[in-house]
Design a protein around this ligand. Structure first.
Ligand code: WQD
Length: 331
């Protein structure tokens, strides 16, 4: 199939392009490069030895989306493009709502107008809010604590309503947990812009000497060691889950958790990183980060059953691959 990947030069998008190409599909990337590099297209080609088309466009611009669909015949869309920093979204709600919602709306509209019936949407476990883990797809969603999370929940609703009104339009909504790691070649990985917000990029920056130590946001949560527990999933497992979801799309809308079903605390991840790479990561316990929840991990039975997909890479492999990319990456 010929697949449009929006945000395809980004962290999860680029890894998914690799998996799509390795599964025999062809890929067209649309990205405005606001949080990624065009160089990543060449890395994808180098890893897969396959050609990839790239268009530098803003998918929140209706005319640019229309032109893209009029010049290409797509069999499906995987929509990653969007702003994704939780903290930033609290300061820039209008940018987040307009960028993230207009891109979803214009892409769905183009799919209807050009007869593209498969749409995979990059959503997030953030939509569950402070529910009781393990999170199940059938759970009632609780209000999210930030505009970023709201744009994911609203996009899910928009796509669900569009699918209800157009029987030829089918959607697979994928709720990610905490993607970390990198392709085993070390050629692509997570390139955070500016100061990293997420845990793993911060750890690799400490390992590289960019920061003196990791600040652990609170150790008074009701978890095994008091620090936050999350479901870390290797980005290549996540990428392979997207290919399975795209190929399994049938009719209507399906929602899937893409996680491992395992919870890992901050200190457990820190220790795993140290052991996997033979490094020492100094840290200091500080105050909780506002908006954080104690425990978040997935119930993965639906994806295992319906997509015949299960994450297979462990924490050590995630830590080794993340560090390999960090040591090979040059600005
Ligand atoms: C993980 C744990 C922190 C940094 C966010 C988004 C989510 C998704 C993934 C987009 C928490 C602790 C972190 C640090 C720390 N993004 N931590 N020191 O918050 O679970 O999820 O990223 O889809 O939508 O909400 O990920 O990596 O920021 O934090 O102690 O310097 O690490 O408190 O317990 P999070 P995270």
């Amino acid at each position: 199939m010929n697949i449009l990947v929006t945000g395809g030069t980004g962290y999860i998008g680029s890894h998914t392009c690799v998996s799509l190409l390795e599964a025999g599909h062809s890929v067209v990337i649309a990205d405005n490069l606001s949080n990624s590099r065009k160089e990543t297209v060449n890395k994808i080609k180098e890893i897969t030895n396959r050609d990839v088309l790239f268009h530098e466009i803003d998918v929140s611009n209706k005319d640019q989306v229309k032109k893209l669909f009029s010049n290409n015949k797509f069999d499906g869309v995987i929509h990653f493009a969007g702003y994704k920093a939780v903290g930033e979204s609290l300061d820039l709600p209008i940018s987040y709502y307009s960028n993230n919602l207009f891109s979803t709306i214009f892409l769905a509209e183009a799919c209807i107008n050009y007869g593209v019936r498969r749409f995979v949407f990059s959503s997030s476990a953030t939509v569950y809010g402070d529910n009781q883990a393990p999170f199940k797809e059938t759970m009632k969603l609780l209000p999210t604590t930030n505009p970023y999370g709201s744009t994911k929940e609203m996009s899910e609703r928009i796509l669900t309503d569009v699918a209800k009104a157009n029987s030829s339009f089918s959607v697979s909504i994928l709720r990610y947990f905490n993607p970390i790691g990198a392709h085993q070649s070390g050629l692509i990985g997570e390139i955070p812009k500016g100061h990293p917000n997420n845990l793993m990029p911060y750890i690799t920056n400490v390992a590289k000497g960019k920061f003196d130590k990791l600040f652990v946001f609170g150790n008074d949560y009701s978890t095994l060691d008091g620090t936050g527990v999350r479901d870390y999933i290797h980005v290549m497992d996540l990428a392979e889950g997207h290919v399975k979801a795209l190929e399994s799309i049938d009719s209507g809308v399906e929602v899937f958790n893409l996680g491992t079903g395992q919870g890992t605390s901050v200190l457990q991840l820190l220790k795993a990183f140290e052991q996997a790479n033979g490094l020492e990561i100094p840290y200091e316990i500080v105050e909780r980060r506002p908006g954080d929840i104690a425990t978040c991990f997935a119930d993965t039975t639906k994806a295992e059953k319906h997509l015949c997909w299960k994450a297979k890479r462990g924490i050590f492999e995630m830590c080794r691959d993340a560090w390999r990319f960090e040591t090979q990456y040059t600005d």
